[in-house]
Design a protein around this ligand. Structure first.
Ligand code: NAP
Ligand code: MG
Length: 480
């Protein structure tokens, strides 16, 4: 089937001003790193350099943590809660006002389609600040006792797949509960965090309440191990999450870890097939599949396997891969050469272990990092592509005959972040959901997010929850 041709509809980049070089944001100012070192950040859809970013050393991390401590002791912990809330409201409104600037910058630095950064990432980031702004002066009603207290200084580390959204998930609850922050964005996607630092200045946030230190894995490790940190909040891979858990063991530091996933998306034979096919596509191809809660393991009831597969292939032929700034684009660039290599390696393992690969015809641009939407059929539970997180636009398809078998297969994973259930029967949804070991379960939909709803995993998908009242308690010491 030939996709209907659209003329290109490119989003203009004129709204964004990217500096040649960025310092670290410490104590309310951009400062040169003591390390004297900088590293490039590129646009993954062109491989062209966008800017140079400061590499924070242990000494820089120390300065940021000290600034956050002084701000906590002298300003933030003394401020009435309602005043604190006003800063969050102000940040939320500025984020909305400057949303197009953030969306374009996110797409340039990350490679994700403008449609997604414009319609999902940035509106949800603003929503998180609005939601938490409302909680700032009502924490005694949040279920954490009548006088809950903040931890103090929080060290936060985020990944590259939703840079601004993950920043909002981290910073909004920390500030609302009265903590101060040192945040390290991912190496390949720091630009929106640095633009956010400018928003903190614009909002008149007291110096040192938020500090943003850019750098590499070693910078993140220096932050985690700094004795002046009271709590660590990390989102990223299970591998690094385990390293962090080990390094803080025996210390008094609190921690929340939001880690990887390998979610089952279960399609029962009584599901509305066309809707389910949309849900499968949204579940795995949204954000190039760089989604911790992606529906990367499809479990289809055997009797409808052929129909689902035929319709899925027809739908996949309509997916548009290409320039992320084009408003028609569904799949943008893979964020880095390293991530592309990982997707290729795991897909090759799928071939080698006997699964069958299929992708629609797709024009891959000459420059940049790209991977076509891909499905594997004939996948068994022992295959690496059924067990390991690929974190790309690759779907492993398995089948089942009974609901019991679906649940058993869905739970047969070291992860437990999310799951999807498609059926017309409410009772089947409730039965299945009660048996699944996953933190977030969607029924007849997928990848829906709301700041009021807690998000987080079982087993190797992490510790703690973000969002909602549960997320607040992760930043508060309960007291009566
Ligand atoms: P990653 O390699 O674990 O990196 C995440 C962050 O940790 C980055 O800022 C990274 O810095 C930093 N880091 C690396 N090594 C570190 C160390 N030894 N100590 C402290 N910090 C360190 O993960 P990723 O590949 O960027 O992100 C993808 C992963 O995130 C996937 O597994 C995905 O499932 C998970 N994720 C989970 C959620 C959730 O809510 N559960 C949400 C989104 C993503 P550099 O960038 O400099 O390496
Ligand atoms: Mg980049």
């Amino acid at each position: 089937m030939n996709p209907f041709e659209y003329a290109p509809a490119l989003e203009s980049t004129s709204i964004v001003t990217i500096k040649d070089r960025y310092g670290l944001f410490i104590n309310g100012k951009f400062v040169a790193p003591k390390s004297g070192k900088y590293f490039p950040t590129i646009n993954p859809s062109t491989e062209k350099k966008l800017s140079e970013i400061a590499l924070a050393s242990t000494e820089d991390v120390d300065l940021a943590v000290k600034a956050a401590r002084v701000a906590y002791v002298k300003v933030w912990s003394k401020m009435p809660a309602a005043e604190r809330g006003k800063y969050l409201f102000r940040i939320a409104r500025i984020l909305q006002e400057r949303s197009r600037e953030f969306a374009v910058l996110e797409t340039l630095d990350n490679g994700k389609p403008i449609r997604e950064s414009r319609d999902t990432d940035i509106p949800l980031a603003a929503a998180h600040f609005f939601y938490h702004a409302g909680w700032a002066d009502k924490l005694q009603y949040s279920g954490n006792g009548s006088g809950p207290k903040p931890y103090g200084v929080v060290g936060q580390i985020i990944p590259w797949n939703f840079p601004m959204l993950m920043l909002a998930w981290k910073i909004a609850p920390a500030l609302a509960t009265g903590n101060t922050v040192v945040l390290k964005p991912a190496e390949t996607t720091s630009l929106t965090a640095l633009l956010f630092a400018e928003i903190c200045q614009q909002a008149g946030l007291p110096n040192g309440v938020i500090n943003i230190i850019t750098g590499e894995g070693a910078t993140g490790a220096a932050l985690v191990n700094h004795p002046g940190i009271d709590k660590v909040a990390f989102t990223g891979s299970t591998e690094v999450g385990k390293l962090i858990a080990t390094s803080i063991a025996g210390s008094k530091k609190a921690a929340t870890l939001e880690l990887g996933g390998k979610a089952a998306n279960i399609i029962y034979d009584d599901a509305a097939i066309d809707e389910a096919v949309e849900g499968i596509v949204n579940g795995i191809f949204f954000n190039q599949g760089h989604v911790c809660c992606a529906g990367s393991r499809l479990l289809v009831q055997e009797s409808i396997q052929d129909e689902v597969l035929t319709k899925l292939k027809e739908r996949m032929a309509l997916i548009r891969l290409g320039n992320p700034l084009d408003k028609n684009t569904d799949i943008g660039a893979i964020n880095s050469a390293a991530q592309l290599a990982k997707i290729k390696e795991l897909s090759a393992a799928g071939d080698a272990e006997g699964a069958e690969r299929w992708s629609p015809a797709c024009n891959i641009p000459a420059d940049g990092y790209w991977f076509p939407p891909t499905i594997f059929t004939g996948v068994s539970q022992t295959h690496r592509i059924a067990r390991e997180e690929i974190f790309g636009p690759v779907l492993s398809i398995l089948t089942f005959r009974t609901p019991q078998e679906a649940v058993e297969k869905a739970n047969n994973t070291p992860y437990g972040l999310s799951a999807g259930i498609w059926t017309e029967k409410g009772s089947k949804i409730l039965w299945t959901a009660s048996k699944l070991r996953a933190g977030v379960i969607w029924a007849n939909t997928f990848n829906k997010f709301d700041p009021a709803s807690p998000f987080g995993g079982y087993k190797e998908s992490g510790w703690g929850r973000e969002g909602g009242k549960h997320g607040l308690s992760a930043y508060l010491k309960a007291s009566n």
